[in-house]
Design a protein around this ligand. Structure first.
Ligand SMILES: NCc1[nH]cc(CCC(=O)O)c1CC(=O)O
Length: 359
């Protein structure tokens, strides 16, 4: 019998009618990256599963991914690969684990064959936050002195902020959140401030480090930022059934619309695409979310911050699929109105760097 942490799951059957009370006991192993944030997020999902299915048992397993190991190369150049998910997906497919817990924004818009998103949990506040070095008096981006060094490894943040704050200097900063904050506060360190996702700080109990929240039009957040997703094997009916109970439909509709936009723009996790979405006039029935008005804003910015295309759409949607279609439509508008040229230039630049690195 499978039991304990990191144990191999032995159940491979997929019953057509699921009756967990009668089926053989099976421990569902949840897995994620090994960072403190990833572990906290995995525990959030495990707690939710235990609360919903008290008769079942759940274990956890943590591993490091390429994104954790490769701390030297700029994320911009590593862009487009499944940096934070690939090793985990291999373990999932080999039945070593059963459910992967991801920050949804780190999940590529196309999943490997045999894997699917089973659950999308309620989103934390998706905005980015400014975190100023301990002891400094600055309260927002405007108050930072000329030449201040702002740490972030995200091309989206750099591109959007360069446009509006040419006085600031942007510098890569890598490592998990605690490492980054230690680099920020180091007395002789270069950084005056960092830009970090609010959700990660809040989940780590570091919300008191937030100096200011940044949202549009100053900074549009990343696709799916702030939401957790659970990835499962497509043939694991039991896991799918469990996951269904965890999904927060409003978050699902918004995040799927945002991801559909990104997929059409053919960007990975590290392209300068910003988004904000909202559901209003929400109608519900016994089946859950029935219809809502989806307002979705999307933008694509060139790396130097000079080129910028944005658009906002508003549509009545009656399913997750229709929300995705709205996201796709927004992406096509952006592509046809200048985003294609910006993204092509980035692809070319990445290829140039890759060639230089190998010759
Ligand atoms: N790989 C970075 C990453 N992926 C998810 C989060 C934060 C949590 C979230 O967006 O759900 C972060 C840290 C950050 O961007 O500051």
């Amino acid at each position: 019998m499978a039991s304990g942490i990191g144990s191999q799951s032995t159940s491979t059957s997929s019953p057509t009618t699921i009756d967990f009370s009668k089926s053989k006991p099976r421990t569902f192993v949840l897995a994620s990256r090994a960072s403190k944030l990833a572990q906290i997020q995995t525990n959030i999902v495990r707690d939710a599963l235990e609360a919903a299915f008290p008769a079942l048992s759940f274990g956890t397993s943590f591993m490091s991914t390429e994104g954790d190991k490769n701390q030297s190369q700029a994320l911009y150049l590593l862009g487009g690969k499944a940096l934070w998910t690939k090793e985990l997906e291999v373990a999932l497919k080999e039945n070593l684990v059963d459910m992967l817990v991801h920050s949804f924004k780190d999940v590529p818009t196309t999943l490997p064959d045999g894997c699917e998103i089973g659950a999308i949990l309620e989103r934390e506040d998706p905005v980015d936050s400014l975190v100023v070095k301990q002891g400094l008096p600055f309260t927002d981006l405007v108050s930072l002195p000329d030449g201040s060094v702002v740490g972030t490894s995200s091309v989206r943040r750099v591109a959007q902020l360069r446009r509006q704050y040419p006085k600031l200097v942007f510098l890569d900063v890598r490592g998990n959140l605690n490492t980054r904050l230690a680099k920020l506060d180091a007395p002789d360190g270069p950084y005056t401030a960092l830009i970090l996702a609010k959700a990660g700080l809040v989940r780590l109990g570091l919300g008191d480090r937030i100096t200011a929240d940044l949202k549009g039009p100053i900074l549009y957040h990343a696709v799916s930022q702030g939401a957790l997703a659970v990835e499962i094997r497509s043939n694991d009916q039991d896991a799918r059934e469990l996951c269904r109970a965890l999904t927060h439909p409003e978050t699902q509709w918004k995040c799927l619309a945002e991801r559909a936009m990104l997929r059409v723009l053919e960007g990975g996790c590290s392209v300068p695409v910003g988004v904000e979405s909202e559901l209003t006039e929400v109608e519900r029935d016994e089946g859950g979310l029935k219809s809502a008005r989806l307002t979705i804003f999307g933008c694509v910015t060139s790396i130097d911050g000079v080129g910028h295309v944005s658009h906002k759409m508003d549509e009545r949607v009656e399913s997750a699929k229709q929300a995705e279609e709205a996201g796709e439509k927004l992406a096509r508008w952006l592509r046809d109105n200048g985003a294609a040229a910006i993204l092509d230039a980035i692809t070319e630049d990445r290829q140039k760097h890759a060639e230089e690195a190998t010759t």
